[in-house]
Design a protein. Structure first.
Length: 394
């Protein structure tokens, strides 16, 4: 068996690891011993040669992503146990056996001690996304683990990592690792949705917004609702289930609009109460004269790195100010940021600036984040990427 390479940290740089933070930055490394390659498992030691953790080496500012803080043999049993622990957590939360919901995030990267790995479960189909070469190399192990955990319930495994792997190579392509199932139907709190993991964004569906969608259903009654950046129309379905008076579903993608209309039909909702519009959302908010009682503003990430976060803030301010201006008196705004580079405090400051620009009286009535199937390690607050506010606009 090959000897695991050793990473020696500079003096005093072990403190964060002893607090179980799962990242080692390149500037903390004093020495590398052995054949250290991108994606390889390495062991991390203090300057006093004390074992601290093990993880995958990456050629980036976050040089090592840690998956264990204990000396342990890294083998098939180790990875299967990791996936099983993630499954058991969801089971303890009632997410794996409910009759009203059959889709959830099975593995959430650092939140499950598996940095660089995402697995979503869609009623028999597991969709994998790897965000590091280390996790990419381990896909055969994850296939074994999924078979062992789900047994006959597992119909297919789809790898959708071609756009998420850093430094992609020609051998990384989206493909089925087991079975085939081009799209499927899921239940979420009793609502039905078609999920196309091959053509859709991310793994096919935004499971992290389930709780937010339930709020939208609660507040939608008799309101005229704008679902901005609607994607496949999940918020639109929930709003109509909540007896919204009218929903406008807007997205720049014609495919997204087609999915939205399919999902509204799948839930046997009145199609006359949904008006689907293909349009650039920023232009729609500034050029449209439509007024709404409730707006759901869930844009794609404006900032994927801290280097562009300043530009992103200006984008958040502008689009939220325009949304607030499109709200009738006593309107409600659901607004979100999924940019990890934007903190909760910075996001709220941007929304405050938007409120000031609009000249309206605005109050926060709820603060939102990702659902319980996207757990955040208390030692890794960076994992709380989704920020949301529900605002009452007078």
């Amino acid at each position: 068996m090959n000897k695991i390479p050793k990473i020696i940290l500079k003096q005093g740089k072990e403190a964060a690891i002893k607090r179980f933070h799962p990242w080692v930055f390149s500037g903390a490394i004093a020495d590398m011993r052995g054949d250290v390659r991108e994606g390889e498992v390495v062991e991390v030691f203090s300057s006093k040669n004390e074992f601290l953790a093990a993880g995958h080496y990456t050629k980036s500012s976050i040089a090592i992503k840690l998956f264990t803080f204990h000396p342990v043999e890294i083998n098939t049993a180790f990875w299967t146990d990791k996936i099983r622990q993630a499954y058991q957590l969801r089971g303890n939360l009632g997410l794996t056996s409910g009759s009203a919901t059959n889709a959830y995030r099975l593995v959430f990267s650092e939140g499950d001690g598996l940095p660089g790995l995402i697995i979503d479960w869609y009623h028999g189909v597991a969709v994998i996304q790897t965000h590091s070469l280390g996790m990419h190399h381990l896909k055969p192990e994850f296939v074994k683990a999924l078979h062992e955990i789900y047994g006959d319930r597992l119909k297919a495994i789809y790898d959708k990592s071609s756009e998420t792997i850093p430094h992609p190579t020609s051998d990384i392509r989206d493909q089925y690792l087991y079975g085939t199932s081009h799209k499927g139907e899921i239940l979420e709190t009793g609502h039905r949705f078609l999920v196309d993991w091959e053509k859709g964004q991310k793994t096919g569906f935004f499971l992290d917004q389930k709780g937010s969608r339930m709020f939208a259903q609660f507040y939608a009654k008799n309101r005229k609702v704008l679902n901005a950046f609607c994607y496949s129309g999940a918020f639109s379905v929930y709003a109509l289930k909540g007896n919204a008076g009218m929903v406008h579903s807007v997205d720049s993608s014609r495919q997204a609009i087609e999915w939205t209309q399919e999902n509204i039909g799948l839930n046997q909702l009145n199609p006359d109460l949904n008006h689907s519009i293909v349009a650039d959302m920023k232009n729609y908010l500034t050029e449209s004269r439509e007024m709404y009682d409730m707006i759901i503003l869930d844009p794609p990430a404006f900032a994927k790195t801290h280097a562009v976060s300043n530009n992103a803030l200006h984008a958040y301010i502008h689009i939220n100010a325009q949304a607030i201006k499109r709200l009738n008196r006593n309107g409600i705004l659901f607004t979100f940021s999924c940019s990890q580079a934007i903190s909760k405090e910075v996001f709220q400051s941007a929304i405050m600036s938007a409120a000031l620009e609009s000249g309206r009286e605005v109050r926060v009535i709820h603060r939102l984040s990702q659902g319980p199937d996207h757990p955040v390690s208390i030692y890794h607050p960076e994992g709380e990427y989704l920020k949301g506010l529900i605002l009452f606009v007078k």
